[in-house]
Design a protein around this ligand. Structure first.
Ligand code: GLN
Length: 483
C-alpha cells in the first residue's frame, strides 16, 4: 500500500479498494517503524491524521470526490499548523504552537488531505544538507551515510522512503529541487507569487516559494493544484487563475524548443552527471523536442548576489525572534538587552547566526550600496538573461546540482563549499521563475536530477515535459533498498 502514488491512491479511494483511514494507519505504522533510521519527521500528528482520514471517508461516502480527498501528506515544519508545534527546525521555536494555519495548510485540509506530521528541515530553511536542524540531521534513504539535501530534506527523505506519497516543501534557493535531485523525487518550485506565503515562516521573503515534493510529475500536479492560488493575506500573491495542472499533462513534445545553457557544463560539474543530462536530452529529442544551445552570461554572479540578498532579508525577518513575543526565552535575564542577546544566542544555531550577521552587515549604512544594492542589480541582470533566453526557447534544461548527495558532515567546516552547490538552482529564485527537478539516473548508487525551467506561470509546461519523460523512462520508479 505504501508504494502507491497520489494518483493511484485517488483511484483506489474512488474505487473503494481501501479507506483513507486504513491507508493512514498503514503509513503511520510505517513511519513509526522506519523513520528512526532517517529522522525525517519533527512531529507526528497521529490523532489529527486519523480524524482527518475519517472525515475524508465520510465526505466520500456522501458523494464528494477529489484527488486529494483522503490523501496522506506531511508539511515541512515551517508551515504554521494551528495548535501544533511549528519549529522551523530551530530551538528558537521548539515551544511554538502556531495560533493559525498557513494558507497552504488550510487549502490542503479543505481539499481533504490528511496531515501525518511535520517534516524535518534545515534551521529556518538555511542550508542544502538538512544538517543545520536543531532536531538533528536527516539521512538519505539511498545511502544512510549521505545527506538528503536541504532545506526540505525531511519531506524528501520521507517521500523517497515511501513513508508517504507526497509532502509540501519550500524553495528559497533550491530547497525543493535539490533534495528532489538527491533522493530521486520530482519537485516543483512554482513562480514567485503562485503559492501563498501566508503562515509560511519567512526566510528571505522575495525568494521563498512553497511547492510540492512527490515521486512523479503527475503527483506534483495534484499537490500543486491544492496549494496554488491568490490569497489576499499575502501581498505578493498573484491574482492569476490557476489552470488545471493534471489536464496539462498530455501535450506532445513535438517541436518543443529546449535551451541548454553552455555555462551549465563548466568545470564544476561532475562529468558523470553531465553524461546523464545528455542522456535525458536524447530522450526528450526522441519525443520530438528540438535542442538549442543558449547562454546565461550572468549566471556566475548569481551565488554571490543570492548570498547577500537572502541573508539581508533573513536578518530583517528573524529580528522578530527576540525572546519577548515568540519562542525561546533565556533564563533570568538581567535586563532587556541581556534578554535579547541570550535568547537569540541560545535559540539560533551557528548557520542562522552567521546569516544574520552577514545580512545585517550588508544592510548597514556604508555597506548597503556596495553589497545589497549591487546584488539587486545583479539580480536584474540574471532575470534579463532568462527573458532573452525565453524569447528563443520554451524550456531551459540542465543539471539540478553539480554533484550527487555528499556524505554527512563533509561540508560542515566550510559553509561556502555548500553554498557553491546551489549554482544551478538559485537563479530561478532570483528571477522568480518556476523550476522542476526530476530523476535522471544514478551515480555510485546516488540519484541525479535534471532541472527544467520555464517562463512565469508555465508550471503546466514543466509538469507536462516531466510527465512525458516519465512515461518513457523508469528512473522515478526506483526504490531505495530497505524501504
Ligand atoms: N541552500 C540555500 C540556502 O541555504 C537554499 C535554501 C532554500 O532554498 N531554503 O540558502
Amino acid at each position: 500500500m505504501h508504494q502507491m502514488t497520489l494518483a493511484e491512491i485517488a483511484r483506489g479511494l474512488a474505487d473503494k479498494k481501501f479507506s483513507s483511514e486504513e491507508l493512514t494507519k498503514v503509513l503511520l505504522a510505517r513511519i513509526t517503524q522506519l523513520d528512526p533510521q532517517l529522522n525525517s519527521f519533527i512531529s507526528l500528528t497521529e490523532e489529527l491524521a486519523l480524524e482527518q482520514a475519517k472525515a475524508a471517508d465520510t465526505r466520500r461516502a456522501n458523494g464528494e470526490s477529489g484527488a486529494l480527498l483522503g490523501a496522506p501528506i506531511a508539511h515541512k515544519d515551517l508551515f504554521c499548523t494551528q495548535g501544533i508545534r511549528t519549529s522551523c527546525g530551530s530551538k528558537m521555536l521548539d515551544n511554538f504552537k502556531a495560533p493559525y494555519d498557513a494558507t497552504v495548510v488550510a487549502k490542503l485540509a479543505a481539499a481533504g488531505a490528511v496531515t501525518l506530521g511535520k517534516t524535518n528541515m534545515d534551521e529556518f530553511a538555511m542550508g542544502s544538507a538538512n544538517e543545520s536542524s536543531w532536531y538533528g540531521a536527516v539521512k538519505n534513504p539511498w545511502n544512510l551515510e549521505h545527506v538528503p539535501g536541504g532545506s526540505s530534506g525531511g519531506s524528501a527523505a520521507a517521500v523517497a522512503a515511501r513513508l508517504l506519497p507526497a509532502a509540501t516543501a519550500t524553495d528559497t534557493g533550491g530547497s525543493i529541487r535539490q533534495p528532489a535531485a538527491f533522493t530521486n523525487l520530482t519537485g516543483l518550485k512554482p513562480t514567485y507569487g503562485r503559492v501563498s506565503r501566508w503562515g509560511m515562516i519567512a526566510y528571505a521573503s522575495s525568494l521563498d516559494q512553497g511547492g510540492p515534493l512527490a515521486r512523479t510529475a503527475e503527483d506534483c500536479a495534484i499537490l500543486l493544484q491544492g496549494m496554488a492560488g491568490f490569497d489576499q493575506n499575502d501581498s505578493t500573491s498573484i491574482d492569476e487563475p490557476v489552470p488545471d495542472y493534471s489536464a496539462s499533462l498530455n501535450t506532445s513534445l513535438q517541436g518543443l524548443r529546449i535551451g541548454v545553457p553552455k555555462e551549465y557544463f563548466s568545470a564544476g560539474l561532475d562529468p558523470r552527471i553531465a553524461e546523464l543530462i545528455q542522456n535525458s536530452i536524447k530522450e526528450l529529442q526522441k519525443l520530438g523536442a528540438v535542442i538549442k544551445e543558449i547562454s546565461l552570461p550572468n549566471m556566475q554572479h548569481a551565488i554571490p548576489a543570492y548570498y547577500v540578498i537572502a541573508p539581508a532579508e533573513a536578518s530583517s525577518n528573524l529580528s522578530r525572534f527576540d525572546g519577548v513575543r515568540f519562542g525561546h526565552r533565556c533564563e533570568n535575564p538581567e535586563n532587556l538587552i541581556d534578554l535579547y542577546k541570550r535568547s537569540r544566542g541560545e535559540g539560533f544555531g551557528p548557520e542562522v547566526q552567521r546569516r544574520i550577521m552577514v545580512g545585517a552587515y550588508a544592510l548597514s549604512a556604508g555597506y548597503y550600496d556596495a553589497y545589497y544594492l549591487k546584488a539587486q542589480k545583479i539580480r536584474r541582470l540574471v532575470k534579463n538573461d532568462f527573458m532573452a533566453a525565453f524569447n528563443e526557447v520554451d524550456i531551459i534544461l540542465g543539471p539540478t546540482t553539480p554533484n550527487p548527495a555528499w556524505k554527512l558532515g563533509a561540508k560542515n567546516s566550510d559553509p561556502v563549499a555548500a553554498y557553491l552547490e546551489d549554482v544551478y538552482t538559485i537563479t530561478a529564485n532570483l528571477a522568480g521563475l518556476p523550476g522542476l527537478s526530476m530523476p535522471a539516473g544514478f551515480v555510485d548508487g546516488l540519484p541525479v536530477g535534471v532541472q527544467l525551467l520555464a517562463p512565469y506561470f508555465q508550471e503546466g509546461r514543466l509538469l507536462n515535459v516531466a510527465h512525458q519523460y516519465q512515461l518513457n523512462t523508469d528512473w522515478h520508479t526506483r526504490t531505495p533498498t530497505g524501504f
